[in-house]
Ligand binder design. Structure first.
Ligand code: DGL
Length: 259
């Protein structure tokens, strides 16, 4: 049987993880669920996020009977609600958390930065990651919800507001001594090229997409699921609010209720 994977994000950020997953497990069927009615998650309370994520595992969802694995492709939701969600289901869950550990391992200046949502930078889980894996580095925390909005627009409207992205990066005043910038929000890889060009060649950008795909392959392998590289699975898209003004090739987005 081919694997069946649920991928979740507040919006289209999780597609930056989905791309790695499709490459790693091409024969899987994916259900990509976005809670765009409550976007941005970076401004939502932990209680709200836990409640919305519980909607993923309630009975009678289109995927309820068939899912092998859930990927929470959202740093904000993972750092806020992973423990609570794991208590609600026996389905294995893989969460995306900021790539602090690889950034600290690769930093030569010992000065790294995290760019994420306000909920992620202020979260205790994130502070624990920094204490555990980057205690010998200076770690600057930067947050932006504007970049989430700009990544959404880039994805759906197929146009990039480069000037606005550069202005927002400049507003954040990221130190020139930072040599590793952790993209701790899955929306940001979508506009990574623009972020990088605003910052310059001295900074490497890191995200968690490839590591998540490796973890998913490992879990599927140990549960006996077959990964075939010469078969192409399907991706079904769901949203909690209708998508308007889309120029994207994803046209078939089904409505879903997570309340
Ligand atoms: N893509 C999400 C993340 O990785 C959150 C964006 C948002 O809704 O604020 O944190």
């Amino acid at each position: 049987m081919h694997p069946h994977i649920l991928v979740f994000d507040s919006g289209i950020g999780g597609t930056s993880v989905l791309a790695h997953l499709e490459h790693a497990v091409p024969n899987a069927t994916f259900r990509y669920v976005m809670d765009n009615a409550l976007l941005p998650y970076g401004l939502q309370s932990q209680e709200t996020i836990i409640k919305r994520l519980s909607g993923l595992v309630k009975p009678n969802q289109p995927w309820s009977e068939s899912i092998d694995l859930i990927v929470i492709a959202c740093n904000t939701a993972s750092t806020q609600a992973l423990d609570a969600l794991r208590k609600m289901t026996t389905i294995p869950i893989v969460g995306v958390v900021p790539a602090i550990k690889p950034a600290a391992l690769q930093s030569k200046t010992r000065h790294i930065a995290l760019l994420a949502t306000p909920a992620t930078t202020s979260n205790q889980y994130t502070h624990n990651l920094i204490r555990e894996f980057a205690s010998d580095c200076q770690v600057d925390l930067h947050h932006s919800t504007d970049l989430v909005r700009l990544a959404e627009a880039c994805f759906w409207q197929n146009t990039t507001n480069e000037t606005e992205i550069i202005r927002e990066i400049q507003r954040l005043s990221i130190s020139p001594y930072v040599d590793q910038l952790v993209l701790g929000c899955t929306h940001f890889p979508i506009i990574a090229r623009q972020i990088k060009s605003a910052l310059g060649a001295q900074v490497s950008l890191l995200d968690s997409g490839a590591a998540i795909a490796r973890r998913v392959m490992h879990l599927l392998g140990s549960s006996g699921k077959q990964i075939c590289v010469n078969k192409k699975g399907l991706v079904y898209y769901y949203a909690t609010k209708p998508i308007v003004h889309s120029n994207n090739s994803i046209t078939d987005v089904l409505n879903i209720d997570l309340s």
